[in-house]
Design a protein around this ligand. Sequence first.
Ligand SMILES: Cc1cc2nc3c(=O)[nH]c(=O)nc-3n(C[C@H](O)[C@H](O)[C@H](O)COP(=O)(O)OP(=O)(O)OC[C@H]3O[C@@H](n4cnc5c(N)ncnc54)[C@H](O)[C@@H]3O)c2cc1C
Length: 500
Amino acid sequence: MTMETPTQNNIAVIGAGVAGLAIACRLAAKGAKVTVFEKNGTPGGKISQIWDKGYRFDTGPSLFTLPELVTEIAPLDYSRLENSCRYFFADGTVFNFYNNLQKLEQECREKGIAEFGNIAKRLSESEQLYNLTANLFIFNSFHRLSNFVKEENRKIPLQLHKLDFFRTMHSANKKSFNDSRITQVFDRYATYNGSSPYKAPATLNMISHLEHNLGAYFPDKGMYSIVTTLYNKAVQLGVEFRFNTKVSCLEFDSKGKAAKGVKVNDQVLEFGQIVCDCDVKHLSQNMMPKGFKYPLKRRLETAEHSSSALIFYWGIKGEFPQLDVHNIFFSANYKNEFDHLFHKLSICQDPTTYLFISKKVVPGDAPEGCENWFVMVNAPANTGQDWKEILAKTRSAVISKISKALAIDDKPFDLESLIETEHIASPVTIEMNTLSSRGSLYGTSSNSMTSAFMRHPNKLKRFKNVWFTGGSVHPGGGIPLCLASASIVEKEMDIQNQKK
Ligand SMILES: Cc1cc2nc3c(=O)[nH]c(=O)nc-3n(C[C@H](O)[C@H](O)[C@H](O)COP(=O)(O)OP(=O)(O)OC[C@H]3O[C@@H](n4cnc5c(N)ncnc54)[C@H](O)[C@@H]3O)c2cc1C
C-alpha cells in the first residue's frame, strides 16, 4: 500500500481480536503507523485462555481450519488431526470422522454405517461449491460490483443453480443421506457459524470441505498461540498496543463523512484512518456521536443474532482414552434443539454437547493423569434469560449425558467427583468480555440467504476513512473468515488509495 499522506498513514485499530491483530500486522508491514486500542488487558478477544492449578484452557475457538491465513502473516507450528471429530450418537454408536477416506470407509464398514459412498460424494460436491464461490464470497469484498465482473467470477451467475441457495442445509442433507445419524453430522456444520441447519441455505454445506478435504488442524501450543503469534509479529513490526483502553466513540468532521479520530478517556486522538474490529452492532448502538444516524442501523437492529454458548471448563482428575480432541455427544432430537435456540430462545433438556480436550495433543495442558475438559452447549443470544437457572439445569444434563455415554458395562461413573477446577462462560460473560452484541459468537446468524451473504460490508460508502473487519462483518465469523476479512480490508484500502 502506498500511503498518500502522513495523516492517512496513521491508523487506529479498535479491538485486538484475531482480525484486529491481522490487519494491524498487514498495515504495519506496508509502513503504516498503527495503534491498536483494546479494552481488555490482553490481546485475542474471543480467543483467550485460562490457567488454573496446572490446567490450561483455550476458552473460545477450538477448531482450526485454513492455517495458511495465519502463516501468510507469521509462522505458526501446527499439525493436522487424523480424526476431525468423534461422534457419540444417541443410539450408542461411536463414529470417528477420519480425514483419510480409506480409514473413513473402514470406519463406516465397522460401525455398520452404509453411507461411505454418499459421504465421499458430498465431500466432493462441497469442494466444488467452495471452489466456485470462495473467491467471490470469502476472499473479496462481496459488495464491490467490480468483483462480479472479474474474469474468474464471471462464471458464477451461469452456475447459480449449483450454489444450492434455495434449500436449507437440512433438506439437502436429508436428501443426500439415508442414515439420519450422518444427516445429523452434516447438519451440525450450520453451528460453525452459529446458525440452524433447518434455516440456513444449503450453500453453507461447503463448510464440510474446509474441515475434511482441506483439514482440521491444531496449533502445537494450543489455540491461544494463534494470538501470541500475531501479537508478537505486530509488536515486531512496530504496532503500538494500548491495552485496558476502551474507545468510547468515533469522532467525525462536521459533515459526518470523514472520521477525525477516536475518543478515549474523554480525549479525542486524531487518526487518518480507522479500522473497527469491534462488534458492528455494538459500534452502531454505542460508539457513534450523539444524534448520529448509523447508515445500516435498522438492518443491524432487526438482524437475528447467531447463537452463543454455555461452556464449562473442567480440570478433570482422570484420563479418558475413549475420548479424542474433539468429541460430540448428539441429542436424540436435533430439530427440537434448534427450535429452542432460535424460537424459544432457551436450551432444550437434552442438548448436543461438545467436549474438547487440548491435552490430547498438547501434553502440558493438564497435570499428569488429568485432562482439561472444555464442555460446551449451544445457547441462544442473551435476551435477559434467567441464566443462573439455565446454567444449573444444563450443567446437570451435561454431566448425566457424558456419564452415560462413557459408562462401562452400563455403569455410569461419578463425573462430578472428578471435577477439580471449574470455570464457566455464558452469553452474559462473553458479551461482557468481548462487547459482542448479546454474547453471540459469530455476529448475525446465517439463517437466511440474505443474512448469510449480505453481511455488514467492510466499508460503507457514507464513511470516507472507516473500515470494518472481524466476525460481525463480511465474510463472517470464525477464525478463517475473520482473517479473510482483514485481508479484504487491506486490499480495499489499497484500491482506495490508488484511486486518489
Ligand atoms: C466459545 C467460542 C467458540 C468458538 N469456536 C470457534 C471455532 O471452533 N473455530 C472458529 O474458527 N471460530 C470459533 N469461534 C469464533 C471466533 O472465536 C471468532 O469469530 C473470532 O475470534 C472473532 O474475532 P474478531 O476479530 O471478530 O474479534 P473479537 O474476538 O470479537 O474481539 C474484539 C475485541 O475488540 C475489543 N473491543 C470491542 N469494543 C472495543 C472498544 N470500544 N474499545 C476497545 N476495544 C474494544 C474487545 O475487547 C475484543 O478484544 C468461537 C467463539 C467462541 C466465543
